[in-house]
Design a binder for this molecule. Structure first.
Ligand code: PLP
Length: 395
């Protein structure tokens, strides 16, 4: 395989070599179970505690408020199902948005099938939630508001701190899926005003299959996994010690280089957008540009399919995504793009390009060079686009 230009960092990131290094002993000779009392286990328990303290410090939390999970999906499911279960006496109404990740939308749908009521607040054409919509959706029986920090498809950053003020005033628990922002934006659970927060290591150059749920002190949430007494009896299962150690290192590295990476990626992202809009006709931006992750670009091209663009870019060694990786293989247009008011036939022609640490100006320029001819070829073959051309010629 030739050189790969990886522009799909929102779906996963390569594990940082320094992270791999700190994980290695915990996979090999330091394999003890942290729940045991002999030295081998105690060493693992100490590594867990160090990781817990280091991660807590990065997000403004207390170490006792960190609960390790198998990733973002488990953290989101636990936050939603666990809160709904523990607060049934207060009510069975939950609020979320129309653009959440499936790891939030699906447990919400599960609850709906089991007697809960779910309100999905809308987003504007740029993908932003209005905190006043959240305020208006609140009811005396509302037990949880769950709104993502930044969207994984269009990169829009939601006004979490403002929503946090709304939920706090109302005395309602507030969860945010921060999987796309941890390690990318400065983040403090108190400034955001959240009671629960999900993160996942593989989105910030850590290993896959490990994440956590931040649970503010005294927040009642039923366990999702029942078994051993790990994590204060709130999340059973032998700890993924190498993964947790790796996640702590990854977050430490990401926090240290966050500001610099963000500026560099935003410059490259803007260069990409300028290059594409100057060289391709009928290309549109999906999502608000001002409130957006520096690494995200999501564009829509009239007359062609996202999947065919992905395959042709792959032949040039470029990895990008059409919707979220989870919807790849399904023919449904992205629920996020539909929520912005984009018609289904246009949503299909979208491409998500997410930059990262390895992205160079040469990569971006190569993309700008190879992509316009791909679009032209696909449009030549497209019945939809040809109809447009004919129509234009006639006028
Ligand atoms: C990737 C992602 C998840 C799922 O996290 P996993 O660790 O892959 O299970 C949840 N929410 C968002 C916003 C994501 O981008």
């Amino acid at each position: 395989m030739g050189r790969v230009i990886y522009l799909d960092h929102a779906s996963t990131t390569p594990t940082d070599p320094e992270v791999v290094e700190v994980m290695r002993p915990w996979l090999a000779e330091q394999f003890g179970n942290p729940s045991t009392v002999y030295s081998l286990g105690v060493a693992a328990a100490k590594a867990l505690q160090d990781a817990r303290e280091s991660i807590a410090a990065c997000i403004g939390a207390e170490p006792e408020e960190i609960y390790f999970t198998s990733g973002g999906t488990e953290a989101d499911n636990w936050a939603i199902l666990g809160t709904a279960d523990a607060h049934q006496k207060k009510g069975r109404h939950l609020i979320t948005s129309t653009i959440e990740h499936h790891a939030v939308l699906e447990p919400m749908e599960y609850l709906e099938k089991h007697g809960c009521e779910i309100t999905h607040v809308p987003v504007d054409a740029g993908g932003l939630v209005d905190p006043d919509d959240v305020r208006r959706a609140l009811r005396p029986d509302t037990v949880l508001v769950s709104i993502m920090h930044a969207n994984n498809e269009i990169g829009t950053i939601e006004p979490i701190d403002e929503i946090g003020r709304v939920t706090r005033e109302a005395g309602v628990l507030f969860h945010t899926d921060a999987v796309q922002t941890v390690g990318k934006l400065p983040l403090d659970v108190n400034e955001l005003g959240v009671d629960l927060l999900s993160m996942s290591a593989h989105k910030f150059y850590g290993p896959k299959g490990v994440g956590l749920l931040y649970l503010r002190k005294r927040t009642r949430v039923s366990p999702l996994l029942h078994g051993g007494n790990q994590e204060n009896g709130r999340r059973a299962g032998t700890h993924n010690v190498p993964g947790i150690v790796g996640m702590a290192k990854a977050l430490e590295l990401a926090t240290a280089r966050m500001a610099e990476d963000g500026v560099r990626e935003a410059v490259l992202r803007n260069r990409l957008w300028e290059g594409l809009s100057a060289n391709i006709e009928a290309v549109h931006l999906n999502g608000d540009m001002a409130h957006r992750l520096p690494s995200n670009l999501n564009v829509r091209l009239d007359g062609i399919e996202g999947e065919s663009m992905i395959l042709m870019l792959d032949m040039e060694g470029i990895c990008v995504s059409s919707g979220s990786a989870c919807t790849t293989g399904s023919l449904d247009p992205s629920h996020v793009l539909l929520a912005l008011g984009i018609p289904a036939e246009h949503a299909h022609g979208s491409l998500r390009i997410t930059l990262g640490r390895s992205t160079t100006a040469e990569d971006i320029d190569f993309f700008i060079k190879v992509f316009p001819p791909i679009v032209a070829r696909l449009r030549e073959m497209s019945p939809v686009w040809c109809a447009n051309c004919a129509c234009k010629q006639r006028n």
